[in-house]
Design a binder for this molecule. Sequence first.
Ligand SMILES: [Zn+2]
Length: 457
Amino acid sequence: MLFILAIDPLQRILDLATQHGILTPLPLTAAKLRTSLYADAAAIFVNPTRDQLQSVKQILHAFGAATGLTINFEKSSVHPIRCENVDLRDKGQLLNRAGRLTLITSVLSFMPTYHLTIFPLSKWARNQIDKVRRSYLWKGKDNANGGHCLDNWPTVSRPKDLGGLGVLDLEKFGRALKLRWLWQEWTYDSKPWGGLQVPRNTYDRLLFQASTYVTVGNGAKAKFWRDAWLDGEAPYNLAPHLFALVKRKNRSMLQELTNTTWIKPLRRKIIMTVQIEEFVSLWIRLQQVHLQPGVEDTITWRWTSDGIYSSKSAYRAQFIGFYCGYKPGLIWRAKAENKRKRGWPHQMSCTMCNGPMESGLHLCLTCPFAQEVWNLILAWENMSLPQQAAPTNATGLGEWWKRTETFFPKTHRRDFNSIVIYTWWNIWKEWNRRVFLALLVLSAPGSGAYQGKSFSL
Ligand SMILES: [Zn+2]
C-alpha cells in the first residue's frame, strides 16, 4: 500500500530527471509512464545504457532515503526488452550473473507467469530451463544426460490427454501469455500501457487472429485488413495478394470503408489474374457490410464458452491438431493395487517360501529363499555383510540398500551395488517365472543346500 502511494512521487522524480537531461526520454512517444506496478513488484523502464541505469540506481537510493522505502538491490534485476539490435555486453553488460540467475530461478520456482508476460524468453534461456526441468524430472538432479530420459521432451510437454506428462511447454505458455496483451489492447485501451508497442511477433499475431473474431459496429477499432471480421476471417487471409500491395496495413475499417478508401491504394497495381479474382470476391462480400454508428466493435475469443480470453485456452489452442494414439485416460485413471479388492486372481502368499504375503522387503531380503541366494552370491564373491545390515528393521529396500552401502569402504561399494542389482533382478525374474509360468525350479544349484545353513545378514 505504501508503495502504491509512493509510486506517484517516484514517477514525478523520474519525469524531473528526464526534463533535466539525467535520463533520456523513452523512444516511444506514446509511452506515458516510466513505472508500472504488478502485485508487490515495480518495473521502471529505462534506455539500455550503463549511465541511465546508474542514474536510476542513485535516484532509487535517494528515494529510499527520503521515504524510508528502501529498495533491495539484491532482489532487483535488469532485463532487456526489445534489445535485439543492441549489443548488451558493449552497452554495459546489463544482464549480469545475478540478473540471469534471477531470471532462471524465478521462472523455475514459481510459475513463470509474470516474466513470460513481459519478457520474451530467448531460446537459450528456455533450453537451459528445460534442461534443468528435464534432469529434475528424470533424475531428481540437475545433471541428467540423454540416457536418463525416458521420453523425448516435446512429448513430455504435451497435455496428459494428448499422450504427454502435462509439463508446461514454456514456449507455448509464453505465447499464450503474450496473447493477453493483444487481447487487452483490444478490450481495455485505457490501461496505462495503452499506446505502448505490445510484445509480439508474426506467429503471435497469426495465432491471435485464428483465436478471435470481430463483430463490426462503427468500425473505429477493427483493423480492416488484419482483424477477423468478415464472417470470422480476416481480409488479409482472404486476399493475400491484395494485402501484399497495400502499404498502410493497420488502418481501421472506418477509415477504409468510408468512400471505399481501401480501393485507392490498389489502383493501377492489380495486374495478375489472382489479384483480380481476390478483388472481385472481396468487393462482392463487402457489399453486405454496413457500419453501425454509435455501436462499438467487439471481439470474441473462440476457445472459451464466454468468449473471453483465458491463458489456459490460449495455451491449449496451440495443441489443436495433436492427437494421441491410445486412450491416455485409461492409464492415468488406472490403479494397480486394486486387484485384491476386486477379487481378481492374485498371489496370496510368497511363491518362494509359502510364507505370508510378499512385499519388496520380503521378496528381496527376508524370504528364506532370498536369504539363501544372498548367501551363495556373497560366498562366490568372498564378501560378507556386517551384523548391522540385518534387513529386519529396515522400512524398505531403498533404505536398506543406502544404509548397507555405507558399511563398505568406498573402493568396494561399486562391487556391492552390482551384487545388489544382480541379485534382486534375478530373484525378481525367478518370482515372475513361478507366478506367470507356474514353473518351479527344483534342481536349481544350491536349492538343496540352504537347509540348516544360517544366514549371515
Ligand atoms: Zn518368501
